[in-house]
Design a protein around this ligand. Structure first.
Ligand SMILES: *[C@@H]1O[C@H](CO)[C@@H](O)[C@H](O)[C@H]1NC(C)=O
Ligand SMILES: *[C@@H]1O[C@H](CO)[C@@H](O)[C@H](O)[C@H]1NC(C)=O
Ligand SMILES: CC(=O)N[C@H]1CO[C@H](CO)[C@@H](O)[C@@H]1O
Length: 385
């Protein structure tokens, strides 16, 4: 236990040549030992005495005056009288007096402060398990602290606010802190820790934890292993059910009745396995889970696809279709290009023929004319493009 010493000392006012006792306030933790020291710097062989808050003399010089085994002499001289009080209790607290028997008597007061260590806290008020929707009050209690201890609450290591109440019980304090909550399924398993902090505990608070148990109705969801179930495939439905108490076993039904008695269908715990899917397996599958709080269910509509209907050599057709499209396109392009080429040449020829033939008296002139009219023909050719 740590002894906290208040460094201040008390000095008497009027001095008769510096002959006065000097003491210090002392603070100790209950159960430990307090040393009370009284010093006189200049002393002409005058006796020193320690007395307790009830004005009983403890030691007069080196002579023990009170029968109390816990009080012992540490040092006695003309300049110092030090006594020790072991196993200090809260009732030892008070003002102790050191007297120097001069004429008149000079005294010095020393206050002994005893700190009370808080007891291990306790959480009360939780009658486990709670049912979802119930109001729960957790109260953490610690007694015996002096000064009053501080209580902090943590929910899964995150601090939450409590309502504190302090009551004096004798010389120490009983401290309570309360948290209220209406529990739901998310509170199931939540850990509430009460942490008691006090100067006597340094930085290691007393802690106690209560783990909430909340009962709630099942929550059911069916999870399936295939997105497109096909005939002949292995298929698994899992009934994912939460709830407290854990709903077990779960009940599987098909189309409102019992599961058909086929070897391909196996129920394993919360799983329904169909080893080889068949078109006859389609229908509505239902998983039901119950506990004493309630019942819940989920449904899954199974449609077994025919693998042949689903993929009728689709990829081949697509490929052929693509090739055909490309071939048709190339052919079309070719035809257009060829068509234009033919049309251009045919037009030029016809123009030349026409011009030459119309205006010329003979064939030779016709040719000459035709060449002369070439520019004109070019214009005509433009027309065809
Ligand atoms: C000693 O403690 C008492 C009581 O707590 C206080 O009134 C007094 O001032 C203290 N004296 C010194 C010197 O600190
Ligand atoms: C589906 O079941 C029927 C009758 O039970 C059976 O005749 C058929 O062969 C099965 N189909 C497959 C793909 O197993
Ligand atoms: C939705 C669906 O396809 N239902 C079919 C399930 O299989 C039976 C016969 O096995 C058909 O009659 C249903 O139409």
């Amino acid at each position: 236990h740590v002894v906290h010493l208040s460094p201040a000392s008390s000095h008497p006012t009027a001095g008769s040549q510096g002959q006065f006792p000097v003491t210090q306030n002392v603070t100790v933790v209950e159960g430990s030992t307090a040393n009370m020291t009284c010093r006189v710097d200049y002393n002409d062989n005058t006796s020193l005495q320690w007395s307790n808050p009830a004005q009983q003399t403890l030691f007069f010089g080196d002579k023990k005056a009170l029968r109390d085994n816990r009080i012992e002499l540490v040092r006695a001289s003309w300049k110092e009288l030090t006594i020790s009080i072991s196993e200090v209790t809260l009732s030892d607290e008070g003002q102790y007096t050191c007297s120097l028997f001069t004429m008149p008597v000079k005294t010095s007061k020393a206050f002994l402060t005893v700190l009370g260590v808080p007891e291990k806290p306790e959480i009360i008020g939780f009658s486990r398990p709670a049912v979802e929707g119930e109001d729960v009050t957790l109260t953490c209690i610690t007694s015996g602290s002096k000064p009053a201890a501080d209580i902090r609450w943590y929910r899964n290591d995150k601090e939450v606010q409590g309502v504190k109440e302090v009551n004096a019980t004798g010389r120490s304090f009983t401290v309570r802190s309360t948290v209220h909550l209406r529990v739901n399924r998310n509170d199931d398993g939540a850990a509430y820790t009460c942490s008691v902090e006090h100067i006597t505990l340094n930085s290691t608070p007393h802690q106690v934890t209560e783990v909430l148990e909340v009962h709630y109705a099942p929550q059911v969801e069916i999870v399936h292993s295939l997105i497109v179930p096909q005939e002949g495939q292995y298929f698994k439905l899992e009934c994912v059910s939460k709830g407290n108490p854990l709903p077990e076993p779960v009940l599987w039904t098909k189309d409102g009745g019992e599961l058909p008695d086929v070897e391909r269908m196996i129920v394993e715990g919360r799983e329904l396995i169909i080893t080889t899917l068949n078109k006859t397996d389609n229908g509505t599958y239902r998983c039901e889970a119950s506990n004493h709080i309630g019942t819940n269910s989920d449904e899954y509509v199974l449609f077994v696809y025919d693998p042949n209907a689903l993929t009728p050599h689709g990829p081949d057709h697509a490929l052929i279709g693509g090739v055909v499209a490309v071939v048709v396109f190339i052919t079309l392009c070719f035809i257009i290009v060829l068509g234009r080429y033919l049309a251009r040449h045919k037009g030029t020829y016809l123009t030349n023929e026409a011009k030459g033939a119309e205006d010329a008296p003979d064939a030779d002139t016709a040719i000459i004319n035709a060449e002369g009219n070439h520019a004109h023909a070019e214009e005509k050719k433009e027309y065809f493009i």
